[in-house]
Design a binder for this molecule. Structure first.
Ligand code: FES
Length: 350
């Protein structure tokens, strides 16, 4: 590398990967964590660095046999490092993870959006933590632990990792190592298919973490698991402001569409393509887009990821998002169609 190359590289390294635009990442390395979970090391193609908080995720545009889809995956690597990010993806039923396992090889490129999300210690600071994860829910916890270790924080945390068998314990040896670097970190694996074990419940959790009430609780896993943990935390008196959860099980999008005979129907227009379609006031704009068979990138359908963010030229909506859009973006005219319902006719920049 010449001095000119080095100066150019340094200048590009200082630039931040824009979190509110789609950009291109290059896959640098791939390795298996378990029989069905694979980790991908990704760096921005333009040499910029991805700034993120531990617990955040990115949205990826994936080419599948059924066309392009968007999926969110948590960043598992340390936020203290700026040499790229890692995501660990479990191969599951459905198109996204299978296509990633098949096509995202070293040297391949992938479009990404983010980082996004408010899960993690940056938004839920605490003196000590109960990190409770089931299955792939371990991924944000890994970033939290790796970041704390890299930043020299003596993290006081109990990590509960629920998996079927010991073969499913991702990063077990590394977590053991991390607890040597952070002596107040305790790792409690729960193997649900071990003789005598079953699905964890609130009693088991209370026995495993006797001082749960004093801890800030961060939980990630399938929806029913998180409901159990939430009610266990509430039961022992953990206040809502010390409880946070993250779910990437978007298989059943939330909808409270209740159109009746007197429901107002609004017209939505895509300004660029000129396409128009109807949207009931009780439906989200994304639901109407899909019903009309039109393309609009989306992933979580819950106002979390920001993938569907679109500029609204005219019209009024009600929008109940969950962190997928910033106030300054709303002020500039952007909306999240997945959680926006029209109050008037709408024109979008599509
Ligand atoms: S699809 Fe995630 S915010 Fe709309």
């Amino acid at each position: 590398m010449t001095e000119v190359d080095l100066a150019d590289w340094r200048a590009r390294r200082r630039r931040r990967f824009a979190p509110d635009k789609w950009g291109v990442l290059v896959c640098r390395a791939v390795w298996d964590e378990s029989a069905d979970t694979r980790t991908f090391l990704l760096t921005p193609k333009d040499g910029s660095r991805i700034e993120h908080d531990p617990g955040q995720f990115m949205t990826f545009r994936i080419d599948t046999s059924d066309g392009w889809i968007e999926r969110c995956y948590t960043i598992t690597s340390s936020a203290a490092r700026d040499g790229g990010i890692e995501i660990s993806v479990k191969r599951q039923v459905g198109l996204g993870s299978g296509a990633l396992h098949k096509t995202l090889i070293a040297g391949a490129e992938i479009e990404a959006f983010g980082p996004s999300g408010r899960f993690g210690p940056a938004n839920l600071p605490g003196a000590n933590y109960a990190l409770i994860a089931a299955g792939s829910g371990i991924t944000p916890m890994l970033s939290i632990l790796r970041t704390a270790a890299d930043r020299g924080i003596d993290l006081d945390a109990i990590l509960v990792q629920v998996v079927p068998t010991s073969a499913d314990l991702i990063a077990e040896a590394e977590i053991t190592n991390l607890s040597r670097r952070m002596p107040r970190l305790t790792h409690l694996p729960i193997l649900t298919r071990s003789p005598g074990n079953g699905r964890p419940d609130s009693d088991l959790l209370a026995r495993a973490i006797p001082d749960l009430v004093d801890r800030t609780v961060l939980c990630c896993g399938p929806q029913p698991f998180m409901e159990m943990v939430r009610s266990a935390a509430l039961k022992v008196g953990v206040p809502a402001e010390r409880y946070g959860e993250e779910c990437f099980d978007f298989s059943s999008p939330i909808s409270d569409s209740t159109a009746g005979a007197d429901t107002q129907i609004r017209t939505v227009t895509f300004a660029r393509s000129g396409q128009t379609f109807d949207c009931a006031e009780t439906s989200t704009i994304l639901e109407a887009v899909k019903a009309a068979g039109l393309p609009l990138p989306s992933s979580c359908a819950r106002g979390i990821c920001g993938t569907c963010k679109t500029f609204k030229h005219t019209g009024e909506v009600t929008m109940a998002h969950d962190g997928g859009i910033r106030q300054r973006e709303i002020d500039r005219g952007f909306i999240l169609p997945c959680v926006s319902r029209p109050l008037t006719d709408i024109t979008l920049d599509c």
